[in-house]
Design a binder for this molecule. Structure first.
Ligand SMILES: O=C(O)CCC(=O)C(=O)O
Ligand SMILES: [Fe+2]
Length: 619
């Protein structure tokens, strides 16, 4: 429902542990609005084979951010940039996953649904088609948001809403027409169930109590007392909730999934209604005056800081449709409206962003340990390799700037043969993939033995040497054996600039978890080949932690490495100007996903010949 008063919305999906399909190690998946960006989020062992599908248009993908995933609950945030409508969410069962509690872990499907063929074998069935199972009522907790004032149930697919539901929806509409604050705060009953073609949704129904400290996130209580929305205003705003479970006659005992929508910012209109006395106004004016004089004095300092921090080029302001202040010419700042203190990718505008590595630093060894996520538990563990210690490190002491320069020239030469129409091009010497226009070609097939005019043995030797040194450093820092970890795919050069994306492949700025996105990764490393704020602006790497963001400013020769699970959710800021080069070098603990170092001879593919680019190495 378009609502200009709100800037972002949180959906909290509570996965009922009583769902019949709950099996250890099953997966919750979500999409980022476009099917080909379909990503799976491996849920913890008690997870649910539920598919979470925000509707495709009209909210652009970069407005969705997975905030949090925990046993039984996934929290996503949608940054709403008016006039985009809020997305709908459809939840669906993945049939074919037998409801068998004793299902062995090893039989769990691969976590990446991109690898799961959409059909047959992996059809998405709307939640409402899942077999209803009566469950005992459970106590309801409302999460950390203080007052969820409204919730609603989803009628079963194909079944028209009951008369009670229709009546309540009507009442809601009437309140809304009357302009009551309660209706403002309440979600509009949905007309269609997302993705399922279902009839009208239930009305706003329940007010749930504030969650006490230590109150766990629990699924919905069927048939819980259901005061009307608007009864209790949230402190500091009017968050509203939306619940979806199976509804209908008897459905009070069939909660399966609870979707809570929390509108996180206060309606602006309300702020305007706040009375201010004359003293308050005078105080405001005085503060403003103070701020203005401080701003005048500090302007120069701020400008200089901005130049170095945000990578504004010496020659002036960024180009390519990006205006001063980083607001693209389309009027919507990158990632939506940064009201409510949040900008794209959840970087809080209130300064809760720490710099892990400044471009100007020369870091010997920086390492920050973070608790491992449970992601590794849903995969086979490999002794001496699978992360037990998780974290992120940055070093400028493994690869020299000269070596980075040479590697960068390899990337430039390779990418000069192709290049994406959009802002992100890749060159994967292992698989041969090279961006070309809106597609990829195979370098080795396309250019054959001409490859040897482009790259030399020395280039490939340096590439190998560099990756081996990075591998050794990772092994040393994480206390594992270098020989127990293997290069995996994709390992690739990236070239990013401020050209607008032409395909989803160009959208490199989305928050993601490498283990989810790429499957086989256990350790990710990035070797930067150009300098932030000198060669390009924007394009910082951002670890997105729950409490703050931590940035790594690229610098030629800088190696950033981290465990690939969701303890290291991250994104790359959009490049504002210039060109950014990097290599993503990835490692796996699973020998099955091992790949070979690239060979120049791959360009000379005799029928008998040699290893296939990108082919997995035999065990
Ligand atoms: O280039 C970067 O800084 C990060 C790239 C990245 O996140 C990835 O390749 O998965
Ligand atoms: Fe990544």
């Amino acid at each position: 429902e378009p609502n200009k008063s709100f800037t972002h919305t949180r959906y909290i999906l509570y996965l009922s542990p009583v769902h019949p399909s709950l099996v250890p190690g099953a997966f919750l998946t979500y999409t980022r609005f476009t099917p080909d960006l379909l990503q799976a989020h491996p849920s913890p062992p008690s997870g649910s084979p539920l598919r979470f599908t925000p509707q495709l248009p009209p909210v652009p993908p970069h407005l969705l951010q997975v905030l949090h995933s925990r046993r039984g609950a996934l929290q996503v945030q949608v940054h709403q940039a008016p006039p985009h409508a809020l997305p709908s969410i459809a939840l669906a069962c993945l049939p074919g996953v037998p409801a068998h509690p004793a299902r062995p872990r090893s039989a769990v499907p691969a976590p990446l649904s991109r690898r799961c063929p959409p059909a047959p074998g992996c059809p998405v069935v709307p939640l409402s088609l899942c077999p209803p199972v009566p469950v005992p009522p459970l106590p309801l907790c409302a999460g950390s948001f203080a007052s969820l004032s409204a919730a609603e149930r989803v009628p079963r697919s194909g079944r028209p809403a009951g008369r009670g539901e229709a009546r309540r929806a009507h009442r809601w509409r009437r309140r809304r027409r009357d302009g009551s604050a309660a209706a403002d705060a309440a979600p509009r009953p949905r007309q269609r169930r997302a993705g399922a073609g279902a009839g009208p949704r239930g009305p706003p129904a329940q007010q749930v109590p504030a969650r006490g400290p230590g109150c766990p996130l629990l699924p919905a209580v069927p048939g819980a007392a259901a005061p009307r929305p608007g009864g209790a205003a949230a402190p500091g705003g009017a968050p509203v909730g939306r619940r979806a479970g199976s509804a209908g006659p008897g459905s009070g005992t069939e909660p399966r999934v609870l979707v809570t929508r929390v509108l996180c910012s206060e309606p602006r209109a309300r702020k305007g209604r706040v009375q201010q006395d004359a003293r308050g106004r005078w105080l405001k004016a005085a503060i403003l005056l103070l701020l203005l004089s401080a701003a005048a004095g500090g302007g120069l300092v701020a400008w200089n800081r901005l130049r170095s921090q945000d990578g504004i080029p010496e020659g002036g302001m960024p180009v390519d449709g990006v205006t001063e202040g980083g607001i693209p010419a389309d009027g919507i700042p990158e990632g939506g409206i940064p009201a409510d203190g949040v900008t794209e990718g959840g970087i809080p505008a209130d300064g809760v962003t720490e710099v892990l590595a400044h471009r100007s630093d020369h870091l010997q060894d920086k390492f920050v340990q973070v608790p491992c996520s449970e992601d590794y538990e849903s995969h086979q563990r490999f002794a001496g390799c699978t992360p037990r210690k998780c974290g992120r490190g940055v070093t400028d002491a493994v690869i020299t700037r000269e070596e980075a320069e040479r590697i960068r020239r390899i990337a430039e030469r390779g990418l000069s043969l192709g290049g994406s129409d959009g802002g992100a091009s890749i060159l994967d010497l292992h698989s041969g993939a090279l961006s070309l226009g809106k597609h990829f070609v195979n370098l080795y097939r396309y250019f054959g033995d001409k490859i040897q005019d482009i790259f030399t043995e020395d280039d490939f030797a340096l590439y190998r040497d560099v990756r081996q040194r990075i591998q050794q450093r990772i092994a040393q820092v994480f206390g594992i054996s270098s020989s127990a970890m293997y290069l995996t795919k994709p390992t690739f050069f990236s070239r990013m600039n401020s050209t607008g994306a032409k395909t989803t492949h160009d959208e490199y700025w989305h928050p993601h978890v490498d283990k989810v996105t790429y499957g086989s990764f256990d350790y990710t490393s990035l070797l930067y080949l150009s300098d932030y704020s000198k060669d390009f602006g924007g394009g910082r790497f951002v670890f997105m932690d729950a409490d703050s963001n931590k940035t790594v400013e690229p610098r030629a020769g800088r190696v950033s490495f981290f465990t690939s699970g969701s303890e290291n959710l991250h994104r790359v800021e959009r490049v504002r100007w210039g060109t950014r080069f990097a290599i993503t070098i990835s490692f796996t603990c699973d020998p099955q996903h091992r790949i070979a170092d690239p060979q120049l001879s791959w360009g000379d593919r005799s029928p008998a010949g040699g290893e296939e680019p990108g082919r997995k190495l035999p065990l």
